[in-house]
Design a protein. Structure first.
Length: 257
C-alpha cells in the first residue's frame, strides 16, 4: 500500500502533475475523473455523516440514518421535512477550493467529469458542467403527481412558519418529494450507468472526501481500469490498498494549486 502523504504542498504538487499528465488538456491524451463524497463539502460548512462531528454522531429525536430512509419519509413525513430543512438543505453554503479547482480543471480540458455522492449542488455552483449526482440534489424537489420541480429555496420558504409543514404542489396539489436517494431507494439507473462509463474510460481516477463504505456508490471503483488511482481522504478507507497515491490531508487545501 502506498504511504499516505500528509504534507499539503507535496499533495498539491502531485495532484497538479497528475492532472497535467493524464488530463486530456494537459501534456497527455488521457481522461481524468473525480469521484467525491461528503468530505468535499465539509470546508463549505456542510457536515459529513460518519466523522466525529458528522450527522451520525449528533443527537436527534430519531437516528439520522432512520430519518433519511424511504420508510421514514412515508410514515413520518412532517418529521422528515423538519430534518430535511434543518440539516440537508444548506442555503448559505458556498463552493470551497476543491469545488472551484475541479471546475477550473474541467474548463482547461484536464477533467472529464465529476461523480458525486453529494446532494448540495456545490459542484455546479462552482462552474462544473459534467456532474453525475448519484444521490440526487436538494435543489430539485419534484411533485409526485404532475412532475413540477421546485427549488430548495421554495421548500424552505414553504416551511418558514412551520418546519414540519409537508409541501404540496402549487399546480396540482400533489405531494412534493426531494429528488434525493433515500435509504431503501434505488439510484437513478441512468446516472449510475453514466458514472460507470466515465470511470471505466478514465486513465486517472481521483477519489476524494469519501469513506468508501456506502454501496452501491463505493463499488464504482471496481470499474476503473486506468493508470493511476488516487485517494484523497482525511481518514483511511477500505480501498486504500488499491491506490497508487494516498493523500491524507484537508482536501480543499490539497486542491489549492
Amino acid at each position: 500500500m502506498a504511504q499516505a502523504i500528509t504534507d499539503v504542498r507535496e499533495a498539491q504538487d502531485i495532484l497538479r502533475d497528475l492532472f497535467d499528465r493524464y488530463g486530456a488538456g494537459g501534456s497527455g491524451r488521457g481522461r481524468a475523473v473525480f469521484f467525491g463524497g461528503a468530505g468535499v463539502s465539509t470546508a463549505s460548512g456542510i457536515p459529513d455523516f460518519r466523522s466525529v462531528d458528522g450527522l451520525y454522531h449528533q443527537r436527534f429525536a430519531y437516528p439520522p440514518e432512520v430519518m433519511l430512509g424511504h420508510d421514514f419519509y412515508m410514515t413520518h413525513t412532517p418529521e422528515f421535512y423538519e430534518f430535511y430543512r434543518a440539516k440537508m438543505i444548506a442555503p448559505d453554503a458556498r463552493p470551497n477550493r476543491c469545488h472551484t479547482k475541479l471546475a477550473e480543471l474541467e474548463a482547461a480540458g484536464k477533467l472529464e467529469a465529476v461523480v458525486t455522492q453529494n446532494i448540495d449542488g456545490l459542484h455546479q455552483a462552482a462552474g462544473s458542467k459534467c456532474v453525475y449526482e448519484l444521490h440526487g440534489s436538494t435543489h430539485r424537489n419534484i411533485c409526485q403527481r404532475c412532475g413540477a420541480v421546485y427549488s430548495a429555496e421554495w421548500v424552505l420558504a414553504d416551511g418558514a412558519d412551520d418546519p414540519r409543514h409537508v409541501p404540496v404542489c402549487e399546480k396540482c396539489g400533489g405531494p412534493v418529494k426531494p429528488d434525493v436517494v433515500l435509504y431503501g431507494e434505488n439510484l437513478s439507473q441512468r446516472t449510475l450507468e453514466a458514472s460507470v462509463r466515465a470511470i471505466a474510460a478514465a486513465d486517472l481516477l481521483v477519489i476524494g472526501g469519501t469513506s468508501l463504505v456506502v454501496y452501491p456508490a463505493a463499488g464504482l471503483t471496481q470499474y476503473f481500469r486506468g493508470s493511476r488511482l488516487v485517494i484523497v481522504n482525511r481518514d483511511p478507507t477500505p480501498q486504500d490498498a488499491m491506490a497508487d497515491v494516498l493523500i491524507s490531508c484537508d482536501i480543499a487545501q490539497a486542491f489549492d494549486f
